[in-house]
Design a protein around this ligand. Structure first.
Ligand SMILES: Cc1cc2nc3c(=O)[nH]c(=O)nc-3n(C[C@H](O)[C@H](O)[C@H](O)COP(=O)(O)O)c2cc1C
Length: 304
């Protein structure tokens, strides 16, 4: 097996770098583009039951070198209209993880069943979007509600279920443990960090929605801390997300305990070439540091 090949809940990925949800995920063609560019797999945009237009502009703002602030409002075409996009990506051999969001456990279960019918290999539950009323972190920051959703989805589908968790909590390990006890096969962390930008000239928030979610280099230490704490609490695989831009960032996430990685803002900034840069760089680092493969490096910083 190649040094970068990773298996999570029985599903194999050719390398640990997946396209994160919400970046290039709008169409089957763009999912395919990320895969051709070198991604180990792709996560779809989070999809709901009905089409949603999301918030009016401005929905996204660059904050210097820190990253991106966004409040999109979960725009998506609805599961029926999105089906063709998933089918297209799958027909090209892309490893697809289907991301869904709902307002109730039943809605999450129904959407997961639809995704499974389309043929995705794994499902990621968006329990963590920080800026959509009644969705995301409003459910996922409550361990009880989070457990209900995971249990409902696990009862409804056979494919592995990943719970994507929010950093906007005082106790990451508690959320991770709740997801694991409810039957989640993996934990993805983190989604964006609640944040705000104010326009001093207009004297109002920069984004239409006001509060948004921060992604990119500024949140890497927060993502690493989440993975570190989750690794000490649960035994299921962890998918590290947040600010991964360089091969060194990726290596740090493995050392903290992540088995797979998702890349968002770096793809938005640099395009798909980042996948080859990350994979080639990580291969070198693993060799230099004496690790035979990704799995050997996972959690190594806890054993020092
Ligand atoms: C413009 C934008 C849209 C996003 N949309 C989604 C989404 O639909 N579902 C989701 O789970 N996460 C979404 N995210 C969060 C990313 O998947 C990821 O968790 C976050 O950006 C941190 O990773 P990064 O620092 O590599 O960007 C979005 C992020 C951005 C910047």
């Amino acid at each position: 097996m190649d040094a970068l090949t990773v298996k999570v809940a029985g599903v194999e990925f050719r390398n640990p770098f997946l396209l994160a949800s919400g970046i290039w995920g709008e169409s089957g063609a763009s999912l395919h583009r990320a895969y051709v560019a070198g991604a180990g797999g792709v996560v779809t945009k989070s999809i709901g039951r009905e089409p949603r237009t999301g918030y009016p502009n401005p929905t996204i703002e660059r904050l210097d070198d820190w990253g991106l602030l966004n409040a999109m409002g979960l725009p998506n075409p609805g599961i029926k209209n999105y089906a063709e996009e998933v089918r297209f990506a799958l027909s090209k051999g892309v490893k697809v993880v289907g991301s869904v969001f709902g307002g109730t456990p039943e809605e999450f279960a129904l959407l997961s069943v639809e995704m499974e019918k389309l043929g995705v290999g794994s499902i990621e539950l968006n329990l963590s979007c920080p800026h959509a009323k009644g969705y995301g972190s409003e459910i996922g920051a409550d361990p009880e509600l989070l457990s209900e959703v995971v249990r409902a989805v696990k009862k409804a589908v056979k494919v592995p279920v990943w719970a994507k968790l929010t950093p906007n909590t005082s106790d990451p390990a508690l959320l991770a443990a709740a997801a694991e006890s409810a039957g989640a096969d993996a934990i993805s962390a983190i989604n964006t960090v609640r944040a705000l930008a104010i326009d001093p000239v207009g004297m109002r928030p920069v984004l239409y929605h006001g509060l948004g979610g921060l992604s990119g280099p500024a949140i890497k230490p927060i993502g690493l801390a989440f993975i570190w704490q989750a690794y000490e609490k649960v035994r299921i695989p962890l998918v590290g997300i947040g600010g991964i831009t360089t091969p060194e960032d990726a290596f740090e996430y493995l050392l903290a305990g992540a088995t797979l990685l998702e890349v968002g803002t770096a793809v938005a900034d640099s395009g798909g070439t980042v996948f080859h840069t990350l994979a080639d760089g990580l291969r070198e680092i693993l060799k230099e540091r004496g690790f035979g493969n990704v799995a050997e490096a996972v959690g190594a910083a806890h054993r020092k």
